[in-house]
Design a protein around this ligand. Sequence first.
Ligand code: CA
Length: 266
Amino acid sequence: MSSIQSDAAAGSEGTSPRASTAPGPGGSSTRTNAERVLVVEDEPALLRALEINLRARGYQVSSSGNGRAALAEAARRPPDAVLLDLGLPDLDGTELIRRLRSWTAVPVLVLSGRAGSGDKIGALDAGADDYVTKPFSMEELLARLRALLRRDAQPSSRQIFTIGHATIDLVARSVTRRLDDAGAPESAAPLHLTRTEWRMLEILLRSPGQLVPSGRLLSELWGPGAEDRTYYLRFHMAGLRRKLEDDPPRPRHLLTEPGMGYRYQP
Ligand code: CA
């Protein structure tokens, strides 16, 4: 595994982290600098399916069927992302996240097989970044994984976003909303957002496709001690949807994850 980067065709790919090597003398077409994903899952069939799908998309995969081996592997070869089953034979998944978080900010995507959201909330509180509930579609899992890896790769590069008919410019702090489908500039009207709406929207837009836990929003907006005031979030989210979504009762971009948090779906 450690030889993959040194196999790269000489001098060609220094600036492009996702570039593929040209096949070398040995005929290898291995992707250089492939992101490494650590999969922690004790169901052999699911573990195998994850390995196959991730490798097919060019990721390097390390895997482990229990928590202690996973921690050792993560320390030996730090991964770019972790897929973590919460129900492991030797170590609670939430405890594993806590131990990882003592030394690394690596994105953690939880695979939860348990009914109810109590364990998922515990995992998010411990520092997980997102979750999927079993049974999940492989495409959904891969989309969530890409979103988490994007977050690490390019923080806050984008400034202009659209939600339905609304265009949001985070630098100019302006929102305009087209009044019809024609899209002519003269048909756009400015919209006013409150200060709290701006801050909440900015946090969500900076994490496209990712779950933003309610606790994180509350502590970023109102500081420590506000974590149980989720009704603040419901109130301001209702305001954002009323202004930005084309059909506020059925939002398509500013989504609620019941009991967990919010997600901006581009
Ligand atoms: Ca399990």
